[in-house]
Design a protein around this ligand. Structure first.
Ligand SMILES: Nc1ncnc2c1ncn2[C@@H]1O[C@H](COP(=O)(O)OP(=O)(O)OP(=O)(O)O)[C@@H](O)[C@H]1O
Length: 265
């Protein structure tokens, strides 16, 4: 078993959930990710930071093969989930994305009811044997996304009628409804006001007790608040990866220091 020592207040060890080795990504001739190695620990929040265009989202999308949907994109190297190669020909990307869920920058509920938004994944993956079981999954997921209290009396109302912050929590409920093992979040708060942002950050803190969470963020304050590990990307390179406290207080690479002190990006 691969283990990584945590250096904060606990002496617990976290198992490696995703291991990426020698990852290269090309969009046509554009070499967007250059030989990146990174280990994502289970039950831990990992933040990806770096200036615009450095490849954070591209690399995040490698972790559940979302780049497969982009014709000109080519991914090389090896990425494993619990030791299994996710790019193996036998892996079904749809099944993979149920295990490695994703929440996007802009809340994107389906044009369906609140209930059907959350029930969508469990239905297509056959996770409920009865209506009662599906109801249970929907309620549990909405509770996990800290939205149940606000929507329990209007589950049949359209998801698109919720506020932006509620819509984002609905998208989180939709992502957790398939019982994923990893949750990828691409700037999940960038369209939210400070109150909704605080709610989503609190939620991230709760979600990490069950999942590995990987978050791309432009906000260094957010990375510092929510994550235990931070990866700094620059021009397609993973420049530095370590404990969040160390990255922000004692960066080893001058490029990381320049970024966190506002000299680049
Ligand atoms: N769908 C795409 N097609 C072609 N090139 C792309 C695509 N998505 C990203 N790129 C290119 O890949 C590089 C990395 O972009 P990416 O969006 O991953 O960076 P980022 O760090 O997430 O940026 P930002 O913080 O601005 O969202 C850039 O050169 C970008 O132009």
């Amino acid at each position: 078993m691969n283990v990584m020592r945590q250096t904060d207040d606990t002496t617990a060890t976290a198992e490696i959930k995703i291991a990426a080795k020698g990852v290269q990504v090309y969009y046509g001739d554009n070499h967007a990710i250059k030989d990146v190695d990174v280990d994502i620990a289970d039950r831990t929040v990992t933040a990806f930071i770096g200036p615009s265009g450095c490849g954070k989202s591209t690399f995040l999308r490698c972790l559940n093969r979302m780049n497969d949907t982009i014709d000109i994109c080519r991914v090389e190297g090896k990425i494993t989930l619990d030791g299994e190669d996710i790019y193996d020909k036998r892996v079904d990307p749809v099944q993979l994305r149920a295990k490695v869920g994703m929440v996007f920058q802009k809340p994107n509920p389906f044009p369906k009811s609140i209930y059907d938004n959350v029930a969508y994944g469990p239905r297509i993956h056959g996770l409920a044997r009865s209506k009662a079981e599906l109801d249970e999954i929907v309620e549990k997921s909405l509770r996990r996304a800290a939205l149940w209290g606000e929507v329990k009396d209007r589950l049949n109302a359209p998801g698109t009628g919720l506020s932006g912050g509620q819509q984002q929590r609905l998208c989180i409920a939709r992502a957790v409804a398939t019982s994923p093992e990893v949750l990828l979040m691409d700037e999940p708060c960038s369209a939210l006001d400070p109150i909704a942002t605080a709610q989503v950050e609190e939620l991230i803190d709760e979600l990490r007790s069950r999942f590995a969470v990987v978050i791309v963020t432009h906000s260094m304050q957010q990375a510092a608040r929510v994550s235990r590990k931070t990866a700094f990307f620059h021009l397609g390179n993973l420049v530095e990866f370590g404990e969040t406290g160390q990255i922000f207080t004692n960066p080893r690479d001058p490029r990381t220091e320049s970024y966190i002190t506002g000299r680049i990006g």
